[in-house]
Design a protein. Structure first.
Length: 166
């Protein structure tokens, strides 16, 4: 294994375990992001992770999410369907509003602007954007969104837990 890949894996695992030990919400994932990002930003690694790592991570997350599902959960969610639809509509409208702003503040076309600000999963958006003229810009927008969400959601969770004691 390439020593730069090993450095990314070890730094991500060490900081992930540290964040978990410190009881930071989402500590394993957040710490892994921070640890591996630090290595990249410090210039200690310039390699991209092999596709095997991405596939393994997607499989592991998919299995964990699938294993959480139960008939009881599905039946208890029936009453929440209107809230799910409303929150999805709000998210889509916010994405379209953002796309309008991006379209007028950059040289990106309408389709690229919508893909860049889409709240969908990064892999799905990149798959849809495959033929788009502004693919690097779309990817940059999506990566910034992803990292900001990964870094800030645990902070928001901690604040909510701290202020509301739940």
């Amino acid at each position: 294994m390439n020593h730069q890949i090993l450095l990314l894996v070890v730094s991500g695992a060490v900081v992930g375990c540290l964040f978990k030990y410190l009881n930071i919400p989402g500590g394993c994932m957040l710490g892994a992001v921070v640890g591996s990002m630090a290595v990249k930003l410090l210039g200690l690694s310039t390699v991209q992770m092999p596709s095997f790592f991405y596939n393994a991570a997607q499989l592991a997350i998919g299995i964990c999410v699938g294993a959480m599902l139960s008939l009881d959960m599905l039946s208890s969610m029936k009453s929440q369907i209107p809230v799910m639809v409303l929150s999805t509509a709000i998210l889509l409208l916010a994405g379209l509003g953002s796309a309008f702003v991006v379209r007028h503040m950059t040289d990106m076309d309408v389709t690229s602007s919508i893909l860049a600000t889409s709240p969908g999963g990064l892999n799905a958006v990149i798959g849809l954007a495959d033929a788009a003229e502004h693919l690097p810009k779309i990817m940059a927008f999506q990566m910034v969104r992803l990292y900001v969400v990964i870094l800030l959601v645990p902070v928001f969770c901690w604040c909510m837990k701290f202020f509301f004691h739940k």
